[in-house]
Design a protein around this ligand. Structure first.
Ligand SMILES: N=c1c2ncn([C@@H]3O[C@H](COP(=O)(O)OP(=O)(O)OP(=O)(O)O)[C@@H](O)[C@H]3O)c2ncn1[C@@H]1O[C@H](COP(=O)(O)O)[C@@H](O)[C@H]1O
Length: 104
């Protein structure tokens, strides 16, 4: 199990049986999808700001972003495997090609 899978397992445990008083992930689930989505957006913006102005913070902001993305997926009943499957479906298809096919 890699780090992402272990983190996802922990997040799902917090979703199903976590205590919002002691777990940040459980507190996000308790506050609901709008709050989770808001936090994900904030972390995305913080990652962009780091990319533009503080490159030494990109990794730490990216980790915050990934954490909140996995929380959002778990809240929606989805998983990293769903994202892996979508990326596998796209594997080898150029982004330019895929976009052109949409217009046909
Ligand atoms: N990877 C993370 C992780 N990354 C970021 N964060 C938290 O995300 C929050 C983001 O910080 P902010 O300042 O933006 O948020 P905030 O001001 O506290 O919240 P708001 O008042 O804005 O809602 C911080 O509290 C971070 O500690 C994380 N919290 C938990 N994990 C992992 O999740 C596991 C379970 O955590 P708990 O649910 O807290 O037990 C941990 O063992 C870690 O492995």
């Amino acid at each position: 199990m890699d780090m992402f899978d272990r983190l996802e397992a922990t997040i799902r445990e917090r979703r199903d049986a976590g205590d919002a008083a002691t777990s940040y992930a459980a507190s996000l689930f308790a506050r609901g999808r709008p709050k989770i989505a808001q936090k994900l957006g904030e972390e995305a913006v913080e990652t962009v700001i780091a990319a533009m102005a503080q490159p030494d913070k990109i990794v730490s902001e990216a980790a915050d972003l990934m954490f909140h993305l996995i929380v959002l997926l778990a809240d929606a009943g989805l998983s990293l495997d769903d994202v892996r499957a979508e990326l596998a479906r796209r594997d080898g298809v150029s982004g330019h090609e895929e976009k052109a096919a949409r217009a046909r």
